[in-house]
Design a protein around this ligand. Structure first.
Ligand SMILES: Nc1ncnc2c1ncn2[C@@H]1O[C@H](COP(=O)(O)OP(=O)(O)O)[C@@H](O)[C@H]1O
Ligand SMILES: [Mg+2]
Length: 310
């Protein structure tokens, strides 16, 4: 294929991505330097909480070789529809939530996905360009650990990315890697919506003592040092872990949990506007009256509404 033809196809796909993303209010990349700190857990719980608040939400799982979103949402048997063989339709585990993951295309859950970076990039761009996401308030993009192919592809393909949420545990090794995620966001000119300190202490179910398994406060301290917003601490909880393993909506759980309260509070901050440290687009900063789902009927002249009206 001639170089110019390849370039044309690339440009066409970029335009298609742009068109799809223009219909989505806020596009947020959830990232961390280290694996196992809770990115996917945070993604699915924020998504469910946002849907409970009346938002429409999409989740794009860009953890190509370790896709866990579907399992945590209990929809791993879902199939991506494609009646015309080109456009892909997301799995909808509940009203208001659309999910796309490579897990839906793999029959055998034990089969390893052995893909080089270029193949991962192709898949992610295809998910952005060919999926009929429709109009959404949020697209939450879960990612594997690190600052590699997947994160680069997302940041470079979505020009209107709202920003990144960085997840870390309080322990120094995780924080060290989270600092790199901060640096990555800044280098790429992405707004940092904030940092979540997950697995921040464990309250003993027997005696109520707080056990600092991974320490406490490391993520918050990093935020002060690096001048990035701190979104909150989510403690470790057995019920949260069990809910994720069994695909149950933890946010719907009637019992009061410190981790659930913390996730709700973080969700409120994100939905109602939060400060960004460096930004390509801070226009989503809003008030409680200014949630993106209200944009369509809102008469204010905020940039978010203007963008959605385009
Ligand atoms: N606050 C928490 N309390 C208890 N378990 C948690 C918490 N956050 C995450 N987990 C569990 O830790 C494991 C790793 O989380 P996961 O979201 O898969 O991390 P990542 O996506 O960063 O690799 C999962 O089994 C998840 O259920
Ligand atoms: Mg994950």
């Amino acid at each position: 294929m001639a170089d110019s033809q390849v370039k044309d196809e690339w440009d066409l796909q970029t335009e298609k991505i742009q068109d799809r993303m223009d219909k989505i209010g806020r596009k947020i990349l959830i990232m961390s330097g280290k694996g196992g700190v809770g990115k996917t857990t945070i993604t699915v719980n924020l998504a469910n909480a946002l849907v409970d608040m009346g938002c429409t939400v999409g989740i794009l799982d860009t953890d190509i070789t370790g896709p866990n979103v579907a399992k945590m949402l209990g929809c791993e048997d879902g199939v991506l529809g494609s009646p015309d063989g080109t456009t892909l339709y997301p799995v909808e585990p509940r009203e208001g939530l659309k999910v796309v993951s490579l897990a839906f295309a793999i029959q055998d859950p034990d089969a390893p996905i052995i893909w080089r970076g270029s193949l991962k990039n192709t898949a992610i761009r295809q998910f952005l360009a060919d999926v009929e996401w429709g109009t959404l308030d949020y697209l939450l993009i879960d990612s594997p650990p690190g600052t590699g192919d997947e994160q680069l592809t997302v940041c470079q393909s979505i020009h209107s990315l709202t920003g990144t949420i960085i997840v870390t545990t309080p322990q120094p090794v995780a924080v060290l890697d989270a600092r790199r995620s901060v640096g990555f966001s800044r280098k790429l000119g992405c707004a940092i919506i904030g940092v979540i300190e997950n697995m921040s202490g464990l309250r003993c179910p027997e005696c109520g003592t707080e056990i600092p398994i991974f320490g406490i406060g490391g993520g918050e301290k990093m935020c002060q040092e690096m001048h990035v917003p701190f979104l909150g601490r989510v403690p470790m909880e057995i019920d949260l872990r069990e809910a994720e393993d069994s695909g149950v909506d933890f946010m719907k759980n009637g019992i009061s949990h410190p981790s659930r309260e913390a996730l709700m509070e973080i969700c409120r901050q994100i939905n109602f506007g939060t400060a960004c440290s460096t930004s390509r687009d801070t226009s989503f900063l809003g008030t409680p009256q200014c949630s993106p789902s209200a944009c369509a009927s809102c008469t204010s002249n905020c940039a978010s509404r203007n963008r959605n009206a385009k």
